[in-house]
Ligand binder design. Sequence first.
Ligand SMILES: *[C@@H]1O[C@H](CO)[C@@H](O)[C@H](O)[C@H]1NC(C)=O
Ligand SMILES: *[C@@H]1O[C@H](CO)[C@@H](O)[C@H](O)[C@H]1NC(C)=O
Ligand SMILES: *[C@@H]1O[C@H](CO)[C@@H](O)[C@H](O)[C@H]1NC(C)=O
Ligand SMILES: *[C@@H]1O[C@H](CO)[C@@H](O)[C@H](O)[C@H]1NC(C)=O
Ligand SMILES: *[C@@H]1O[C@H](CO)[C@@H](O)[C@H](O)[C@H]1NC(C)=O
Ligand SMILES: *[C@@H]1O[C@H](CO)[C@@H](O)[C@H](O)[C@H]1NC(C)=O
Ligand SMILES: *[C@@H]1O[C@H](CO)[C@@H](O)[C@H](O)[C@H]1NC(C)=O
Ligand SMILES: *[C@@H]1O[C@H](CO)[C@@H](O)[C@H](O)[C@H]1NC(C)=O
Ligand SMILES: *[C@@H]1O[C@H](CO)[C@@H](O)[C@H](O)[C@H]1NC(C)=O
Ligand SMILES: *[C@@H]1O[C@H](CO)[C@@H](O)[C@H](O)[C@H]1NC(C)=O
Length: 792
Amino acid sequence: MKRYKCTFVVLLVSFAVLSVFSASPLDEDVEVELVLTREGNTSELPCNLQVTHPPDKVSLVEWTKGDDEQPLYKVDFRGVQTQVVPKPEGENRLSLRLVEDKKALLVISSTKVADEGLYNCRVDFYRSQTTFTHVNLTVIVPPQGVQITDELGIPIKNGVTKAYAAGASLILICVATGGKPLPTVAWSRDGEIVTNVTQHFPERFRSQNILRVPELTRSDLHAVYQCEVSNSNQQPPLIVKVTVEMFLRPLEVTLIDPFRFNQTFSAEKKYELICRCKGSRPPPIISWWKDGIPMEGGTISVSADGNTTTSTLWFTPQASDDGLVLSCRAANQMVPHSELRDSWMLKVLYPPKIILHLGHGLQPSSIREGVDVYFECQIIANPKVTRVWWLRDGIRLASNASAGILVANQTLVLQGVSRRSSGNYYCESSNTEGTSRSVPFQLKVKFEPVCGEPNNRKVLGVAKGEPVKIECKVDAEPAARYFRWSFNSTPGISRILKEHTANAGLSILTYQPMSASDYGTIQCWGNNEFGTQRAPCIYHIVPAGRPDPPNGCVVANITHHNANITCVKGFDGGLKQKFIMLVKVGDTEITNITSASTDFEVGNLDAATEYTFVVFALNAKGWSKSGSTLMARTLAAPGLKELRRSTVQSKETKLKGPWMYILLAGGSTLIVAGSIAIIIFVVRRFKVDSPVRERRRSPKRNELSLGPSIQGFTDAGTDDKNPDLIPPPANEALLTAGLIPTAPYTITTRPSQKRNCATQMPVKPYHVTWAPILQSRNCATQTPPPHKESSV
Ligand SMILES: *[C@@H]1O[C@H](CO)[C@@H](O)[C@H](O)[C@H]1NC(C)=O
Ligand SMILES: *[C@@H]1O[C@H](CO)[C@@H](O)[C@H](O)[C@H]1NC(C)=O
Ligand SMILES: *[C@@H]1O[C@H](CO)[C@@H](O)[C@H](O)[C@H]1NC(C)=O
Ligand SMILES: *[C@@H]1O[C@H](CO)[C@@H](O)[C@H](O)[C@H]1NC(C)=O
Ligand SMILES: *[C@@H]1O[C@H](CO)[C@@H](O)[C@H](O)[C@H]1NC(C)=O
Ligand SMILES: *[C@@H]1O[C@H](CO)[C@@H](O)[C@H](O)[C@H]1NC(C)=O
Ligand SMILES: *[C@@H]1O[C@H](CO)[C@@H](O)[C@H](O)[C@H]1NC(C)=O
Ligand SMILES: *[C@@H]1O[C@H](CO)[C@@H](O)[C@H](O)[C@H]1NC(C)=O
Ligand SMILES: *[C@@H]1O[C@H](CO)[C@@H](O)[C@H](O)[C@H]1NC(C)=O
Ligand SMILES: *[C@@H]1O[C@H](CO)[C@@H](O)[C@H](O)[C@H]1NC(C)=O
């Protein structure tokens, strides 16, 4: 130690001289090197070994810490190299490393915070002055952790904030714990510092920075804010990222018209409506409304980015929807008052809807003949109709002033309706959407009952004791339901008949004439709300008899082998009649044909042959007393020239017959005629013929027969033994002999029927009693045909 002090003094003196020229490094304002080390890392503290005056050499390097005199580490180059590990309690964390004789690095492994301090390195040289190096070791402790919380102090999870509404303010607090020195906490977005104002709380080892975004906007959605915590630029900062979540109100709602139907729909057709909403987070609730009333249905789909939501609705517009407002509303549940809507005014086209009205003030139940009726057609249609048609029972009506029909666009006027105006009326109209018709209006023109029989009358042949059903058919609206029947035999005497049924429009009387006095006229009256039938239906009940022969037979056509014969039917005797035609050549019957009508067709005839055709009528009572005869010649076979016998010829033959006969009769003996008349007169007195036969008798006999005829009728139906009733085949001899074909029994002169009829005519048909009716039957040509057919 003594030696060391002496050397030191010597050196100090010698350097004092030198120091006049050079500054001494041992002064107060020494340079201090700064070394930063992270806790736990290895620190290297440099010490300068630079020799100022070579070839001088370092003799000693000694490290001390702070004011501690005790060296930490010492290397003595003099003599044997010695390493001093001071404080034996040292953990061998120190070592010295020489770098090319220029630097001596004190290496501290696993640096601790306690290692901090000012380190001094003293270097002795053999000759040169001792030098000092001062090193300030600072140990940096990194921050322990970083946490981000929201304004309520709730930690952010998974790096995503809770959702904020647009306009809300965002507050995020980034808190760093630990660290020496206390770190800087900075918020940045997209690489740019937003704020780096750090609050330090040393006593709590905390540092924090509060991020404040005063008003979030739509562009802040999914913005990434990052908190960077750092207390050393040698170390990368700690970074925590936060993504901002937001609720966004819908931006736009659109009703889409993909098919360009221009908001115009056809009723009852299906349409796909699409409503699209953009910009809502989370996807909005889309609802459909019609006229302020919510509609069912709607299928939602959300685009992949969640920005676009569409709702699809199948919509079948109704005619009543025309003019209503259809709207689509989108609302974000999370954002109050965020509803947006788009609306359409619906235009619905539909076929006409037609309602038919009976004119104002008209009661359907009180339309009777003669009143004016009008209808109104009420039409609702889109587009508007241009034409209206009126129809009755499917037939289109046109204006016809003479028929009293006036058709104006939507009105139909029927002037003075009659029962024929009854029917189903409706109107029809069309537009681009279709054609419609109204529900038919059944017009029933009310009228009082009228007889349904032709000419109001009918002749019925009835056998005595035989019940007959008489149907009284009455037309009326409403149908007649009450009927009155009466029987008249002698003028002024009538009795009511009660044995009848009454249905709507039809009454059936079962009548059974038991004696001659039961023959006569039956009348029937129907009754409805509008009155009683004025003219009754009249049924002449006559004893059933044999029919009259057909007359007026002609050849309708004749060829080689065929002939068509047609006649006019006569009175049927009050019963259903049919007809038979005998075909003869000479006296020989070739064939016979039966027919329900008076038209005959005969075939298989020989050509060029003269044929005789005799037509009879027959009914249940028997054959007509005579036949109508006709002769005709078939045509010659082709190739042969043969004259055709025409119908005229045959008629001439017929006409010739009576005249010849009359001349003959006149030319022969009047006595014979007189005696025959007397004989007939005598016969008549005891036997009265049927009215059928009456016709062919003289007027004188007719008049005579009036009295006892009641008696006579009783036998009329069965008087087969009457000498005049020659069976038809018996007539053939006369017929073929060219005599009068229709009156084989007649020897008398023609009855003066005209006079007979003339006297009866003034009598009204429905006031006649039984006798005139019988008379009128004889005047076939003068009375209105009271009977064509009869049924039993
Ligand atoms: C120690 O420091 C070195 C150099 O600065 C660095 O590369 C290394 O990562 C550090 N070690 C630790 C544990 O931090
Ligand atoms: C060491 O450096 C730190 C800063 O780096 C300083 O605060 C401290 O006072 C210095 N120590 C000495 C002894 O100079
Ligand atoms: C804070 O940021 C400003 C500007 O960005 C910068 O000038 C300043 O150095 C920063 N302060 C800290 C402590 O990082
Ligand atoms: C809708 O309007 C467009 C243009 O005005 C027209 O071309 C198109 O035919 C219309 N569509 C219908 C269904 O009317
Ligand atoms: C969402 O839609 C709106 C409106 O079209 C648009 O402005 C916005 O950019 C969209 N957002 C996204 C994320 O696509
Ligand atoms: C008008 O009505 C009358 C009587 O019903 C009829 O004869 C005539 O043919 C009708 N005229 C037209 C043009 O239909
Ligand atoms: C009926 O048609 C005529 C022309 O044909 C027209 O001038 C009139 O306005 C129409 N009336 C109604 C009620 O439609
Ligand atoms: C008769 O009938 C034939 C054929 O059936 C026909 O050619 C002819 O014109 C008819 N004659 C008369 C008068 O009807
Ligand atoms: C007779 O009448 C029938 C039916 O009317 C007809 O088919 C036929 O051709 C007619 N015959 C002759 C020869 O005219
Ligand atoms: C009608 O002809 C048939 C045979 O064809 C015959 O049996 C019948 O007697 C004939 N009738 C008359 C009334 O001639």
